[in-house]
Design a protein around this ligand. Structure first.
Ligand SMILES: Nc1nc2c(c(=O)[nH]1)N[C@H]1C(S)=C(S)[C@@H](COP(=O)(O)OP(=O)(O)OC[C@H]3O[C@@H](n4cnc5c(N)ncnc54)[C@H](O)[C@@H]3O)O[C@H]1N2
Ligand code: MOO
Length: 390
């Protein structure tokens, strides 16, 4: 059995960023820029007012000074005339500063009488002018730090782009396997249960920026699995769930190998998730997850999402970890890296009593996975541990 870190390295060697495509900015949330983007515009494009008031030549400002109002500059409608000595222009936030002015006196500091204004006794010191290009200049490069966030989209729009070139959204085929499974919403027959973790995994993938394609549940037969793999053709990644262990009806590896799977590894020293397999099938990376609901979803966090991020154009990196103190005592860990379901309260990780990998309700009640290294000695409340936040 290989370690989680080795297995993840193998998974990373199976994936590479997908080709790019151009999409409307409106559809670019969560996508990853395929190349550095340069501003086509300068912002602000002209010196502009940061407050509502009167634009003057700043060196003339003094308590009691008077000016003649010769026009108005509003956002979208600048003042086209000339501002002479002793003149001012009524101005509003966002409006271009007229030539010959370099300061805005806020209207609270001004007394107006017809077309005359008099500055008050206590002027604030600000010029209330936004310099041209103070936010960004034409040609400035923008390299977001990750997948595009709402603020990134706003900036790119302001920079003058209506479309962006991003890495294509990965399509991930998900194959649940097992004679015992029925689709969500169906009533299980005798000896059956509802397939759940494939749905959870699909949601995980969609939320992370992929597009999950849930295939029909495959039965525990060579023919059914073969059909499922056939339907998965063309996907950017194939994920199977279940049938990964050593039982007589665990046929996924056998069928995948029959179709030419180039296997990278089988079995990882982790808990849950031990019977994980990975390789390349029909030209696509394939991950075979164990069927237990928690095992599948933990493998989703630890392997599927990091692989998905690489396909999306993000750097190859393990699931982000944080360090927090434990809120509970823990016995020594065994030889596998243990991902324990825990809830965070007052900044401490309280590890759930029941850690069976079949317990979806425990996972749903958790907001973190506490990671115990192999053979970790007993830990007490207050000791720090690494977690993956869920
Ligand atoms: N003799 C051994 N038995 C088992 C071993 C072992 O090393 N030796 N490993 C155990 C571990 S660890 C795991 S994890 C499981 C994984 O088994 P499979 O990947 O073959 O999964 P299945 O047998 O198909 O299913 C396990 C369990 O999960 C339920 N399941 C499967 N798919 C779904 C789904 N889509 N939604 C909800 N639940 C699902 C299935 O009904 C089973 O209850 O093997 C152990 N055995
Ligand atoms: O590794 Mo299994 O995934 O412990 O339940």
């Amino acid at each position: 059995m290989i370690s989680v870190a080795e297995a993840l390295d193998h998974v990373f060697s199976l994936v590479a960023p997908l080709p790019s495509e151009t999409v409307a900015l409106r559809d670019a949330l969560g996508r990853v820029l395929a190349a550095t983007l340069n501003a086509r515009l300068t912002q602000p494009p002209f010196p502009s007012a940061a407050m509502d008031g009167f634009a003057i030549a700043g060196d003339t400002a003094a308590p009691g000074a008077t000016y003649r109002v010769v026009g108005e500059s509003a956002a979208g409608h600048g003042f086209g005339g000339t501002v002479g000595a002793g003149d001012c222009v009524r101005i509003f936030t966002g409006a271009p500063l007229p030539d010959g002015t370099d300061r805005v006196i806020i209207q609270e500091d001004v007394a107006r009488d017809g077309d005359r204004i008099t500055l008050g006794d206590r002027l604030d010191t600000g010029h209330h002018v936004r310099a041209a290009g103070q936010d960004f200049r034409q040609g400035d490069a923008f390299q977001p730090r990750g997948a595009l966030r709402p603020v990134d989209l706003a900036l790119i729009a302001a920079m003058g782009h209506g479309q962006v070139t991003v890495t294509r959204r990965p399509e991930v085929a998900i194959i649940a396997t097992g004679d015992e499974l029925v689709a969500p919403g169906e009533t299980p027959g005798p000896d059956q249960i509802v397939a759940s973790n494939n749905l959870g995994l699909a949601a995980m993938i969609d939320r992370a920026g992929g597009r999950a394609r849930l295939l029909p549940i495959a039965r525990d037969t060579t023919a059914s699995l073969d059909t499922a793999f056939e339907l998965a053709r063309g996907a950017d990644m194939v994920v199977t769930i279940g049938g990964a262990s050593v039982g007589d009806h665990d046929l996924v590896a056998q069928v995948a190998e029959g179709r030419g799977l180039e296997r990278s590894f089988y079995k990882v020293a982790m808990r849950p998730g031990k019977p994980l397999m990975a390789g390349r099938l029909d030209g696509a990376p394939m991950l075979g997850l164990p069927g237990n609901p928690v095992s599948a979803l933990v493998c989703g966090q630890v392997f599927v999402l990091p692989a998905l991020r690489v396909l999306m154009g993000l750097p190859a990196a393990p699931a982000p970890r944080q360090t927090v103190p434990l809120g509970t005592d823990l016995p020594a860990n065994g030889p596998r890296e243990h991902y324990m379901r825990a809830s965070l309260q007052d900044g401490r990780a309280h590890v759930a009593d029941r850690q069976d990998s079949a317990l979806l309700s425990v996972l749903a009640g958790a907001d973190a996975l506490v990671i115990r290294p192999p053979d970790d000695p007993p830990r007490g409340a207050g000791d720090t541990v690494e977690i993956i936040a869920l």
